[in-house]
Design a protein. Structure first.
Length: 67
């Protein structure tokens, strides 16, 4: 029974500390999150396009060399 009380108190303390730390967090605004998401999508598109061009060019080079 004593172990249960010790565990319960430890969990209570842990969650109180978690709550206190979460209050210290500076959360991003909706606008910042939206801007970040757009930046990720645009950069992903640019990188995808770049890799597609490189892949296409190399495959054409291999066809010329082997063909």
């Amino acid at each position: 029974m004593e172990k249960i009380k010790i565990i319960r108190e430890a969990l209570r303390k842990f969650f109180l500390e978690v709550r206190a730390e979460l209050k210290k967090v500076t959360w991003s605004t909706r606008k910042e999150v939206g801007a970040g998401a757009i930046a990720v999508l645009v950069l992903s598109g640019i990188v995808s396009l770049f890799l597609w061009v490189i892949d296409f060019g190399l495959s054409q080079l291999v066809r010329v060399v082997l063909g």
